[in-house]
Design a protein around this ligand. Structure first.
Ligand code: COA
Length: 321
C-alpha cells in the first residue's frame, strides 16, 4: 500500500500587518525587510486561536478529500506553538472536528514539522496500520517572538495548513529524506518555561525565539539542495522531471540560492512569503494549498516539498499529484 495527498486546506488570521505597519512601532523599514527576506507582510493572530485556524484548514482538506472526520484513523499536528502544553493541538483538533476514531499526537520539528508529519503518515499507511490520516502544520509564532528584537520578529507570521493522506494502490509519495543536527541547536533557540519547583532557586524568566540568522542561512543553502537531490534520486527521477518545488518560506534569498544550486528556473518555486512571512510548520502546507487552489497542480505532476529549520532539522519528499 502507498499513500497520497487527496485534499488540502489552509487558514490565515484576519489581521494583515505590512512592513510599513511594523515600521510605525519599531525601528525598521519596508526596504530593509523586503531586500533581505522578500517578506512584505504577514498575518498575525489577534482573536484567532491555533486550534481554530487548524480546524478551518482541516475542514477544507477533509472536504476536498471527500473524507468524513469520523473516518480518520490518525491526526498528526506539527507545531511548536500549540494553544496549550496539554492537551496537544492534535487532540484539540480531534475534539473540534469530532474525529472520534482517530489517535492524535503532535510533532515538534519546527519548520520541518509538516514534512516530518507527512513522512510519519506515509509510514503508518505503508505498514498497513492506518488508511486515512489528517496532518496539520500551524503556528502562532507571534506569541513566541520578542517584539523588542527587530532582527527576528519581522520574519515570522501566523497560520495553519492541512492535508489528508490516504492509502492508495498507485503511489503519491515516492520518496522521503530527513535529518537533524542537534549539535547546531543554538542557532535557532527558544527555552521552555523555567523549572520553578520549590527546590530551585532563582527567578523565572520568559524566553523568546532567538536566532543566529547567518548560521541558519548557511545551513539552509547547503542542506536543502542536497536533501532535495537525494530525495529526487531516491524516487528514480531527475531534477528536470520535477514540475514544482514547494519549499519552506523562510527567505527569498534562500529560495533563489536553492534554485541556482539545483539549476532549476526560479519560476518552478512558488512563493507566498511576500504576504505570509515565515509560518514555520505552517509554511509548506499553506503554500501547497495555495498552489492547489490556484489549479497549478495537475494530475501526474511531480512535486518536491521541503522544510528546514530549528533543531537543526530538514526534510524533503517527492510526490506525484
Ligand atoms: N530592520 C532594520 N535593521 C535591522 C533589522 C530590521 N528588522 N533587523 C536587524 N537589523 C540591523 C541589525 O541591527 C544590524 O545592524 P548593525 O550592522 O548596525 O549592527 C544589521 O541590520 C544586520 O544586517 P545584515 O548583516 O545585513 O543582516 P543579514 O544580512 O544577516 O540579514 C537575516 C539578516 C535575518 C535577514 C538573514 O541572516 C537571514 O535571512 N537568515 C536566515 C534566517 C531564517 O531564514 N530563519 C528561519 C529559518 S527557518
Amino acid at each position: 500500500m502507498r499513500s497520497r495527498i487527496c485534499g488540502t486546506g489552509s487558514a490565515l488570521p484576519k489581521r494583515e500587518v505590512t512592513n510599513d505597519d511594523l515600521s510605525k512601532i519599531m525601528d525598521t523599514s519596508d526596504e530593509w525587510i523586503k531586500s533581505r527576506t522578500g517578506i512584505g507582510a504577514r498575518h498575525l493572530a489577534v482573536e484567532e486561536t491555533l486550534t481554530q485556524l487548524a480546524a478551518q484548514a482541516a475542514s477544507q482538506a477533509l472536504q476536498e478529500a471527500g473524507v468524513r472526520s469520523e473516518e480518520l484513523d490518525m491526526i498528526i499536528a506539527a507545531t511548536l506553538s500549540a494553544d496549550n502544553i496539554l492537551p496537544s493541538l492534535s487532540c484539540e483538533l480531534q475534539r473540534e472536528l469530532g474525529a472520534k476514531n482517530a489517535v492524535a499526537f503532535d510533532i515538534n520539528a519546527a519548520c520541518s514539522g509538516f514534512l516530518f508529519a507527512l513522512q510519519t503518515a506515509d509510514a503508518y499507511i505503508r505498514c498497513g496500520q492506518c488508511q486515512k490520516i489528517l496532518i496539520v502544520g500551524g503556528e502562532i509564532l507571534s506569541k513566541m517572538v520578542d517584539w523588542n528584537d527587530r532582527s527576528t520578529c519581522v520574519l515570522f507570521g501566523d497560520g495553519a495548513g492541512a492535508a489528508v493522506i490516504q492509502g492508495s494502490e498507485t503511489p503519491g509519495i515516492l520518496s522521503s529524506v530527513s535529518g537533524s543536527d542537534g549539535a547546531k541547536g543554538e542557532a535557532l533557540f527558544c527555552k521552555n518555561r523555567e523549572n520553578h519547583n520549590p527546590y530551585v532557586k532563582g527567578a523565572t524568566e520568559v524566553s523568546y525565539v532567538s536566532m543566529n540568522g547567518q548560521e541558519v542561512y548557511k545551513f539552509a543553502v547547503r542542506t536543502v539542495p542536497k536533501a532535495i537531490l537525494e530525495a529526487v534520486n531516491k524516487a528514480g527521477l531527475l531534477i528536470e522531471d520535477i514540475d514544482l518545488f514547494v519549499l519552506h518560506q523562510a527567505n527569498m534569498r534562500i529560495i533563489e540560492s536553492v534554485s541556482k544550486r539545483l539549476k532549476v528556473p526560479i519560476e518552478k518555486f512558488p512563493v507566498n512569503l511576500e504576504t505570509c512571512g515565515n509560518i514555520s510548520a505552517g509554511s509548506v502546507p499553506v503554500l501547497l494549498d495555495a498552489v492547489n487552489q490556484k489549479g497549478m497542480l495537475k494530475k501526474g505532476d511531480k512535486i518536491v516539498l521541503a522544510g528546514f529549520g530549528a533543531g537543526l532539522s530538514w526534510g524533503a519528499c517527492v510526490l506525484v499529484w
